[in-house]
Design a protein around this ligand. Structure first.
Ligand SMILES: Nc1nc2c(ncn2[C@@H]2O[C@H](COP(=O)(O)OP(=O)(O)O[C@H]3O[C@H](CO)[C@@H](O)[C@H](O)[C@@H]3O)[C@@H](O)[C@H]2O)c(=O)[nH]1
Ligand SMILES: [Mg+2]
Length: 229
């Protein structure tokens, strides 16, 4: 007996049970300069790699046919936890393979807590991730901004949040969901030290740099907070 014919992720389930992955992006109508011609699934396992063929009308009016690959691992959310009284921030340290294979000395990155949405609203998702990755429960979270982190290739939209935590209360030193292979160290740093680490390369993660700079410019350790004191 032969196995049923079918393309995983398209007409038969892929390893994560998905089908119809080649339909994503075919019916977009928001930009009259863009006509999607074809969507191919090049790979689907954890994430989805697609190649999209589209016609694009340039500024001078001529059309050209283009192809772009997009890497889709879903959307995510991240949060800066800060203690406004002790002037500290709570970060995580974990191994990041993509950074390790691209020149980071040991792949151990200092980052703000973050996670994939997994079908949740960003605000709900970030409350869950804050507890999972730092052991701290956060109450009111402030939405700071959203950003596409690598818009030439990665579809992900990241939602950025901030929330105070009480660093005078005892907290966890390790966190993460062990069944998912996570092994996270919780790192509390004086805010000025965290900012200095951006300059030296000790913090090399984009979302973390963005949130620390927001905190210095516009957030809890910024000009307006200094004026308020
Ligand atoms: N098997 C497998 N599992 C994976 C893979 N990629 C991720 N996972 C699993 O999915 C979990 C994802 O953990 P989250 O905490 O939800 O996501 P994250 O990797 O921290 O992502 C956050 O940071 C990223 C980097 O800045 C952001 O890109 C992302 O939006 C989010 O904010 C990992 O612990 C791991 O178990 C993969 O390629 N294969
Ligand atoms: Mg995470």
């Amino acid at each position: 007996m032969t196995a049923p014919a079918g393309r995983p992720g398209i007409d038969v389930p892929d390893p994560r049970g998905r089908t119809g992955l080649d339909r994503e992006g075919r019916d977009l109508t928001g930009n009259a300069r863009v006509r999607v011609v074809d969507v191919e699934v090049l790979a689907c396992d954890w994430s989805v790699l697609r190649r999209t063929t589209f016609d694009y009308r340039h500024g001078d009016g001529h059309w050209s046919r283009e192809q772009r690959e997009t890497y889709d691992r879903g959307d995510g959310a991240t949060i800066l936890l800060y203690d406004p009284h002790r002037r500290t921030v709570l970060l995580t340290r974990q191994f990041r393979l993509p950074a390790y294979v691209n020149g980071h000395p040991d792949g151990m990155l200092l980052e703000t807590a973050a996670g994939l949405l997994d079908g949740d609203d960003p605000r709900e998702a970030i409350r869950r991730e804050a507890v999972e990755e730092t052991g701290r429960t956060v109450h009111e979270v402030e939405h700071v901004f959203d950003a596409f982190m690598s818009p030439g290739s990665v579809t992900e939209r990241l939602s950025f949040f901030a929330a105070p935590y009480d660093g005078s209360a005892p907290g966890a030193e390790t966190a993460g969901v062990a069944e998912e292979g996570e092994d996270i160290t919780v790192v509390e740093l004086p805010f000025t030290e965290a900012l200095a680490l951006i300059r030296t390369g000790g913090i090399a993660d984009a979302k973390t740099i963005m949130l620390l700079q927001w905190a210095a410019l516009d957030g809890p350790f910024g000009l307006s907070s200094r004026e308020a004191r």
